[in-house]
Design a binder for this molecule. Structure first.
Ligand code: B12
Ligand code: SF4
Length: 470
């Protein structure tokens, strides 16, 4: 029997100054499906070369896809009507499945306005396997729990929860062999770095915290790869791709301290000078001097240090409940270990007051962070903050256009203060935080790619004028 042809796409375009990362979601799906079926898989990451939608469709047709899997964030989902429409016309017999964070956010609504057949929210491996079995193996599509289906009677939701992989060590390594890594080494990754040979890794799934702005794609139970498995995977990439630099995208890499120490110890035994970065952040108040030492000794040179808010009231409201004192201590210590510390800060929460904004500004300015981004809250559907904003500010919420939005250019105001006040504090934060000779000195001293620093100047000026010019 000929192999089933599966065409997997990471949708969306790369807009400067954003980076582009290996499409781990569809690479994990591909690696898993090929252990289950006789398949030929093609992976396309539209973001790496900004491949036009029409070209995407042409390639799927030339490949002769039986199944098309489209992975999308909400910001990229505006392509779905065009892409699924053209794919249906070009390959009428193919099964079109959509998945990824957008489906987790929009649920059954993710099938509205496009021609996809099935939508899979949350973790994809087991559900996609079941969908393929049902469609091609004479099974029953109504029996796959938690998915959304287009039927003659409309869009249906299957009862039950998407099945999750219990022991994630049983999953194969992401299918790096199905992408060409070289273009990724030339462009900015998730860390603000480029031109380095790296791979991206996910060493855990799920998160036990409950921040109100987050979807928690992988559920609320933390499932960990064992330390041994994490380092085996690193060894595999070192051997097969000649890399020694690793970007971890975990939601909460350091929650299990014992594992953190084990991983760092095993990395120490690899006999190479590894570079580690955590551009999606660490839970900073769960660090301490020993774990920071272990991370630094294992090669950590860059990490996001998410603060979100310097106001204890807002910390409580958003369910992050970060211990701000510990945050500041750990940032200081990590910075003293020459780890480049990048703060994530959000402004614009529902009910946020001028006093809260001031506290956030002051906390970031007294911190030893090297750099920080002051984002504006974007409430995504299927999060608690969305529901909160819907109650307080329904008109503003309905006017949000998510298409192609980028981190720092978003300007929604869900607070109780006027736009002028919110954006004044964002501009002031950018000004006061960076116009600090000691910080500028530390940035120049510790940024891993000093020659790139001038490239950030235009972006910095854009942020300084946020709310005035844009
Ligand atoms: C790396 C990353 C990025 C990369 C690009 C990622 C990409 N896919 O293109 C960069 C740095 C560019 C980025 C940018 C942004 N990101 Co981002 N990012 C991440 C991060 C940290 C890791 C993604 C990852 O590799 N995950 C690991 C893989 C294994 O998981 P996965 O992709 O979700 O795939 C699994 C399932 O979703 C599912 N699945 C995925 N695809 C498919 C396809 C099919 C057919 C099926 C059946 C299943 C399926 O199965 C997979 C395996 O179980 C996540 C956080 C997270 N926890 O995932 C946020 C996350 C994806 N980002 C998010 C956001 C909000 C953004 C921004 C919009 C931020 C902003 N305000 O500017 C921008 C988007 C800008 C743009 N215009 O594109 C949100 C998405 C919310 C949403 N509703 O879309 C996330 C989930 C963070 C969060 N907790 O809210 N991001
Ligand atoms: S710690 Fe991160 S992954 Fe966990 S709920 Fe908060 S934002 Fe989401």
């Amino acid at each position: 029997m000929r192999p089933l042809k599966i065409f997997l796409v990471n949708l969306g375009f790369r807009r400067l100054p954003l980076g582009v990362t290996p499409p781990l979601g569809i690479m994990c799906i591909a690696a898993y499906l090929r252990t289950k079926f006789n398949v030929e898989i093609r992976i396309v990451n539209q973001k790496i070369n900004n491949m036009p939608n029409a070209e995407l469709v042409k390639q799927a047709k030339a490949f002769g896809a039986d199944v098309i899997g489209l992975s999308t964030l909400t910001t990229n989902a505006y392509s779905l009507p065009y892409v699924t429409g053209k794919l249906k016309a070009a390959l009428p017999a193919a099964l079109i499945v959509i998945g990824g964070p957008h489906v987790s956010a929009y649920g059954a609504n993710s099938l509205e306005g496009n021609l996809a057949d099935v939508a899979v929210p949350y973790e994809g491996e087991l559900a996609f396997e079941e969908v393929i079995k049902a469609y091609f193996g004479g099974g029953n599509m109504t029996a796959v729990p938690g998915i959304f289906r287009r039927t003659g009677e409309g869009i249906m939701t299957n009862p039950g929860m998407i099945p999750l992989v219990e022991n994630i060590d049983s999953l194969p390594f992401a299918a790096y062999d199905l992408i060409d890594l070289r273009p990724y080494w030339k462009v900015q990754a998730m860390a603000l770095l480029m031109r380095r040979k790296y791979v991206s890794l996910f060493s855990s799934r799920g998160c036990p915290f409950g921040c109100i702005y987050c979807h928690r794609i992988f559920g609320d139970k933390l499932r960990l790869h064992s330390a041994r498995r994490v380092v085996e995977e690193m060894k595999f990439y070192i051997k097969n791709y000649g890399v020694n630099d690793f970007e971890f995208y975990d939601d909460i890499f350091n929650h299990d301290q014992k594992r953190l120490f084990e991983i760092c110890e095993l990395i120490g035994k690899l006999g190479i000078k590894a570079g580690l970065s955590f551009p999606n952040g660490l839970r900073v108040d769960e660090l301490n001097e020993s774990s920071i030492d272990a991370l630094a000794d294992a090669g950590t040179y860059y990490s996001a240090f998410p603060l979100e808010s310097g106001s204890p009231r807002i910390q409580k409201l958003i369910g992050k409940n970060l211990n701000i004192r510990k945050y500041l201590e750990n940032v200081k210590y990590a910075t003293s270990k020459k780890i480049f510390t990048f703060g994530f800060v959000m402004m614009g929460f529902p009910s946020e007051t001028e006093e809260d904004l001031k506290q956030t500004l002051e906390t970031t300015c007294i911190s030893k962070l090297h750099a920080a981004s002051f984002y504006t809250l974007t409430p995504f559907p299927n999060t608690k903050v969305y529901d909160l904003a819907l109650k307080k500010n329904p008109e503003k919420l309905r006017s949000i256009n998510y298409d192609d939005k980028e981190y720092s250019h978003i300007r929604f105001n869900m607070t109780d203060v006027p736009d002028e006040t919110l954006f004044y504090y964002q501009r002031k934060a950018n000004r006061d935080f960076y116009m600090n000779p000691s910080r500028i000195f530390r940035i120049i001293r510790d940024f891993p790619q000093k020659r790139r620093l001038p490239l950030y100047i235009p972006e910095y000026f854009k942020r300084l004028s946020k709310g005035i010019a844009s």
